[in-house]
Design a protein around this ligand. Structure first.
Ligand code: LLP
Length: 446
């Protein structure tokens, strides 16, 4: 039988269903995106359901192919927490990693089984931990305060709450320093020198059901070696925990697999990442002669990033002679703060001129009152005119989830496209929404 190679979404800049139709328009999920811009307005986030489901299936499929023990892939919902996305990933057999009451409620209200939900965070409130325990989710303890709160809240419960321990593995990886988390100087997780005490605490606290260890080393990582090293460190501590009599059964290797934002990005495929991590865990377990744990991973960006595209309408133009031409669009750093935060680069196309082969170099600026509000610097695009629809690719992860109302702009709608149908999964904010929580004290009223 011929093995069919399905593209790994994280190795593609455009969603897998991207095509060009007879009008020379970009289509995604069978929908003409120029029509979507007209129908729903811009800026608009589009999510391609097929690309998301393909990525989910590649994680779950690769785990079952490469890891002989039990496994569960979790979606790191910080990348984009929405009812619809939670429902899709749960349908694909995945669990969800949440980091706040808001993300937790989103997962639960989408119908995700709480036994597959894991609560993270380096400063969880007792309220958030309580909500997670009431729902039956697992809490990943990041620090002593978490453990104390958990021990407190566990007291009157019929069943010991499930707890994992997050550790800082001391692994450096090559990514932007703001999104690196596994090196020792990190605010997340227990430092290795604290772990003996943590394990001893868990061993003498039977009201908590400690299930295993977690580590996450960073995001937008292309280097497989960093995850191999992390797997080894996790198994080393897993072995120590078993030696202390703890009944550990799970290891979570975190997320972090990078995606293509530009043609020079060359991340490993989901299959390669899972195969490599699985091999590293299996080898380390053989080395320490410990049984294979249930293997968890929690990708965010590589699941939802490539599924997302942002549409803008082109507006004003300014040419600075001999320097550059600025083309402004109707969104910017409020819907995509990644360029200004991380100098992140993106790739764009003109959705209504896909067959236009002319190129000029332009800089795409946002509409915010901030000089750094530039979405793409010096990119080659067909000549742009007011009203053109610009599509910026790979914006599914950490775009809407980090969006703001800077300059009191309303945040865009999100539509999920599939088989020629577009469904609103998040309504566009209205100006009324912006003012909904404002109050004018009586003494200031006109
Ligand atoms: N697990 C934990 C504990 C995490 O902190 C993260 C990401 C993930 C999983 C998912 O990582 P991913 O597979 O998405 O790389 N705002 C930044 C990214 C911050 C990532 C934070 N943690 C950005 O826009 O690049």
């Amino acid at each position: 039988m011929l093995a069919i190679q399905v593209a790994s979404p994280n190795q593609h800049i455009r969603p897998l269903t991207s095509r060009i139709n007879e009008s020379g328009h970009l289509t995604i999920g069978g929908c003409d995106v120029v029509e979507l811009a007209q129908r729903f307005g811009t800026p608009l986030y589009i999510l391609d359901e097929h690309t998301l489901r393909t990525a989910c299936r590649q994680y779950t499929g690769a785990l079952s192919r490469h890891y002989p023990g039990p496994s569960l892939a979790l979606y790191a919902s910080k990348a984009l927490s929405l009812l619809a996305v939670s429902a899709v990933v749960a349908q694909e057999g995945m669990g969800i990693d949440v980091v706040s009451a808001g993300e937790l409620l989103t997962a639960l209200q989408a119908g995700v089984d709480a036994r597959t939900v894991y609560l993270h965070g380096n400063n969880k409130s007792a309220f958030e931990i309580g909500l997670a325990l009431d729902a039956g989710a697992t809490v990943v303890a990041d620090n002593w305060l978490d453990l104390e709160t958990l021990a407190d809240l566990a007291q009157d419960r019929p069943e010991p709450p499930r707890v994992m321990v997050r550790m800082t593995p001391g692994i450096e990886c090559h990514t932007h320093e703001y999104i690196r988390t596994g090196h020792l100087d990190s605010k997340f997780g227990f430092d290795p020198n604290e772990l003996p005490q943590v394990l001893a605490f868990l061993a003498r606290t039977p009201t908590l059901h400690a299930t295993g260890l977690h580590a996450h080393i960073g995001s937008q990582v292309f280097d497989l070696q960093a995850h191999i090293d992390t797997a080894r460190v996790l198994v080393e501590w897993f072995n120590k925990a078993l030696t202390l009599g703890l009944n550990f059964s799970e290891l979570n290797i975190g997320g972090g697999l990078g995606i293509c934002y530009t043609p020079t990005d060359d991340p490993p495929s989901i299959e390669q990442w899972v195969a490599t991590v699985s091999r590293a865990i299996i080898d380390a377990c053989q080395h320490y002669n410990v049984p294979l744990p249930r293997l968890l991973c929690e990708p965010g960006r590589s699941l939802i990033g490539p599924a997302g595209v942002t549409l803008y309408t082109v507006g004003s133009t300014k040419t600075v002679p001999d320097i550059r031409t600025y083309i402004s669009v109707d969104g910017g750093m409020s819907d995509n703060p990644r360029p200004i935060t991380y100098k992140a680069q993106y790739t764009a196309a003109v959705a209504n001129k896909m067959n236009d082969s002319r190129r000029s170099v332009v800089t795409i600026a946002g509409k915010h009152c901030e000089s750094g509000d530039v979405l793409l610097r010096d990119v080659e695009l067909p000549p742009l005119a007011g009203g053109d629809v610009l599509a910026v690719f790979s914006t599914g992860a950490y775009n809407f989830s980090m969006a703001s109302n800077y300059n009191r702009l309303t945040r865009p709608a999100i539509v999920l496209v599939s088989d020629g149908e577009a469904s609103i999964v998040l309504k566009r904010e209205s100006l009324d929404d912006l003012l909904r929580l404002d109050r004018l004290p009586e003494r200031l009223q006109p």
